[in-house]
Ligand binder design. Structure first.
Ligand code: OAD
Length: 231
């Protein structure tokens, strides 16, 4: 029997139990840092050191933490489902837990790219400093999609969502577009679950099944329902 196609749209909340800060929860990253000063191309133009430092801190933190039960649960489900993970996260916790198909909509912290050619992307697990250049001599920048920049993987992500049987949205405030709009690439006949202790219900309709809990607990509960439907 063919495996059902399950797509996950994950956000910062799935990595919260690993110790990674979310953005918009109380005391989150955007309460401590001004987006316009650390996460835009203009900020990098005017104060590159500040922007590099912000992402250097995030990268150092990422290297200290580990995937949590939610990441492992999704990796385990590959035995049962044909899974694609579309993540807004720039961490590599899904991959480290063993998930094999992960699309990073907003880039990856453990990569750096050339400021003069966006196709020149390099594995990078240390700080990026002013003066760090690619092999072609251009300054490196974090491989992150900043506010105001295009999200190159959106079209591909939309195709995946449109073809799936089940969509699980986990740990995202669904406030950042175009990523948040992905739930609308789904047709009515498909099933959507949304796991989040404080779900943002303003953009979803009543057919979405809301599981108001932390990612690991929510996935564990959902496992019973999904596996029962597989029998
Ligand atoms: P947010 O910080 O906006 O939302 C995090 C969500 O996770 C909230 O809805 C929380 O309720 C939920 N949450 C907190 N703890 C959780 C837990 N243990 N388990 C499950 N959910 C939990 O983060 P995102 O929606 O991912 O983009 O933010 C989207 C984008 O905005 C990010 O990719 C980033 C940011 O600006 C860029 O930097 C381009």
């Amino acid at each position: 029997m063919q495996k059902r196609k399950l797509t996950v749209l994950s956000g910062a909340g799935i990595s919260a139990e690993s110790g990674m800060a979310t953005f918009r929860d109380e005391g989150g990253l955007w309460a401590q840092h001004d987006i316009s000063e650390v996460a835009t191309p203009e900020a990098f133009e005017s104060n590159p050191e500040k922007v590099l430092n912000f992402y250097n801190e995030r990268r150092r933190k990422l290297l200290e933490i580990k995937p949590n039960a939610a990441h492992y649960q999704l990796a385990k489900w590959e035995k049962t489902f044909d899974i694609n993970i579309i993540t807004q996260n720039v961490d590599d916790l899904h991959e480290r837990a063993g998930s094999s198909r992960v699309i990073h909509l907003h880039g990856e912290l453990l990569k750096a790219r050339s400021t003069s050619n966006e196709q020149h992307i390099y594995d990078w697990n240390k700080d990026i400093h002013l003066g760090d250049t690619c092999p072609h001599g251009s300054q490196l920048r974090p491989h992150i999609v900043w506010f105001g920049e295009a999200v190159p993987k959106m079209a591909y992500a939309e195709q995946i969502v449109a073809k799936s049987d089940i969509l699980i949205v986990i740990g995202t405030s669904l406030q950042v577009y175009p990523a948040a709009g992905l739930i609308h690439a789904f047709t009515r006949s498909q099933k959507i679950y949304y796991i989040d202790p404080q779900p943002n219900t303003s953009t979803i309709d009543s057919s979405v099944v809301i599981i108001k809990s932390k990612a690991s607990e929510g996935l564990l509960n959902l496992e019973k329902t999904l596996l029962r439907d597989e029998k």
